[in-house]
Design a protein around this ligand. Sequence first.
Ligand code: IMP
Length: 193
Amino acid sequence: MKIVFATHNQHKLEEVRELLPSFVELLSLTDIGCLEEIPETGKTLEENAKIKADYVTSTFGLNCFSDDTGLLIDALHGAPGVYSARYAGTQKSTPDNIAKVLREMESTNNRAAHFKTVVHLNLKNESYSFDGIVEGNITKKKYGTGGFGYDPIFKPEGHEVTFGEMSPEIKNAISHRGRAIRKLMAFFEKIEQ
Ligand code: IMP
């Protein structure tokens, strides 16, 4: 069964491909000739994930899933949330995004936050949604150089180090994206039977 993962990110694609049952043939946006950036105009992670998957299904007539992730910080009333990639501006600079978060949280001791990933799947005229959440705390400065995005300032609950200090294997085992993708994999395995 062919299915599109609505991403241009080769790293994400390979990560997911490794987890998939062998009857699923995974294609990227590049593989299907969809070279444009699909606009993420939704106000929630759920809306954005649906917009991306629906775009591919309606334009190319293909089964498709997509993911959308955000960091939601309690003291910032859920920001940066759906705007995580472009929190400090459309240049999508990770150092600028982190600096903005740390600046806005300078005077608060409420460090609670969570990452959330939503996966939207369109399969044979039905749609499904899966999510993955990891709770944690925002540190007062950056720790570690691993991972990407807000990893150096996010310390997952029950751990003494940030995502930026963890190996990719440990991060994947507990992360928001890992959790959502494993729910998707479990779904694929169930329908195979
Ligand atoms: P996307 O929906 O996966 O493209 O994620 C949107 C933005 O959320 C990214 O540009 C990052 O800033 C942030 N983000 C997503 N996943 C992670 C993660 O695992 N660690 C740190 N930041 C992340």
